[in-house]
Design a protein around this ligand. Structure first.
Ligand SMILES: Cc1cc2nc3c(=O)[nH]c(=O)nc-3n(C[C@H](O)[C@H](O)[C@H](O)COP(=O)(O)O)c2cc1C
Length: 306
């Protein structure tokens, strides 16, 4: 008998169907007012590593995020790799809650921001990152620039979609990011030149992404067991926001207030899509009023379909 068990491949398989080790990156971009804003990202990997005219990274993100909207508009971003400490990870999870505006996020930001070194108007960078990659989106690949027509469409973009650069699905976006400059804390840059020893490495967290609908899990540098950072309950929406959205859905299905109370944890950008899916499942099962009991039944049906 094989020692392996097959795992179902589902949406967001990198965190739902795998233990996939990832970097923890604070991406800085410029909002419409020219203010630097920070978003949390892990799906950031080297893309062109040799043999091309330039070096590049790829970023996979939600197309309605501040980061995506800002890159579509300005083409610029900085990838700030955070050091391993619980405070930084906690702050990044706070900055990783979907649906907050740059003003809401940045008014209490605990990261110190300083000027980077690449030319032109750029977002600030994190003073505390151990390395930073300042980037420009290559909007020419696959005519990625056409995605600019969809700036501001935050409820999902209609097809056609690109394959790898620009808007790639209703809610998805990929950016090929040309590397303009790599900045690194002195001592680590020296260590890279001098040849590595066991103590040459920066302390970095290994990120395993979002699980159990409430925690981000990561491995501390030198740790023996992973630790988790819960999403703060203060991020929950109100029952009124859920009801507002439910009442405006294009469906005959109705939601009771009690049922809406069960959906306050859904982040704003996903609310409409989630309630639409819930209403569809209700209709398919002959439920026209979603009360608490029906909501529990639908939650089980949704879980089974995943
Ligand atoms: C540690 C961590 C890693 C994340 N990685 C990604 C990612 O790779 N891609 C993505 O679309 N969202 C990711 N998220 C969720 C985003 O941070 C979230 O959508 C957030 O709203 C983005 O901020 P922004 O809207 O200011 O860009 C991550 C969140 C956390 C806490």
């Amino acid at each position: 008998m094989s020692k392996y068990k097959e795992v179902k491949v589902v949406d967001n398989f990198y965190q739902n169907s795998l233990f996939f080790p990832m970097p923890t990156v604070a991406i800085t971009t410029l909002d419409e007012k020219g203010m630097t804003t920070v978003g949390a990202y892990s799906l950031v990997f080297p893309y062109y590593i040799a043999g091309k005219d330039y070096y590049a990274m790829i970023l996979e993100c939600r197309n309605s995020s501040n980061t995506a909207q800002n890159i579509l508009r300005t083409g610029k971003c900085a990838l700030n790799f955070i050091k391993d400490d619980r405070k930084s990870f906690k702050e990044l999870v706070r900055l990783g809650f979907p649906g907050k505006t740059p003003d809401e996020k940045m008014k209490d930001c605990k990261f110190n921001l300083i000027k980077g070194e690449a030319e032109g108007e750029r977002p600030l960078i994190l003073e505390d990152a151990y390395q930073v990659i300042e980037c420009t989106w290559d909007d020419q690949l696959e005519d990625g620039f056409k995605a600019k027509e969809h700036i501001g469409e935050l409820e999902g973009v209609q097809p056609p979609y690109n394959n790898f650069n620009g808007i790639t699905s209703k809610f998805g976006c990929h950016f090929i990011l040309k590397i303009d400059k790599i900045l690194m804390i002195d001592k680590y840059a020296e260590n890279l030149k001098e040849g590595l020893k066991r103590n040459s490495f920066p302390k970095v967290p290994v990120d395993y992404g979002y699980h159990d609908s409430k925690n981000f899990w990561y491995m501390r540098f030198g740790g023996h067991r992973p630790v988790c950072e819960p999403i703060a309950a203060t991020n929950n929406g109100t029952v009124e926001t859920v009801m507002y959205c439910a009442e405006r859905l294009d469906t005959k299905v109705k939601f009771t207030k009690e049922a809406c109370e069960m959906y306050t944890k859904i982040p704003r950008p996903f609310m409409k899509a989630a309630l639409t899916q819930i209403a569809q499942i209700a209709e398919q099962n002959g439920i026209m009023i979603i009360d608490k009991e029906a909501a529990i039944k639908i939650a089980e049906l949704r879980k089974k379909s995943k």
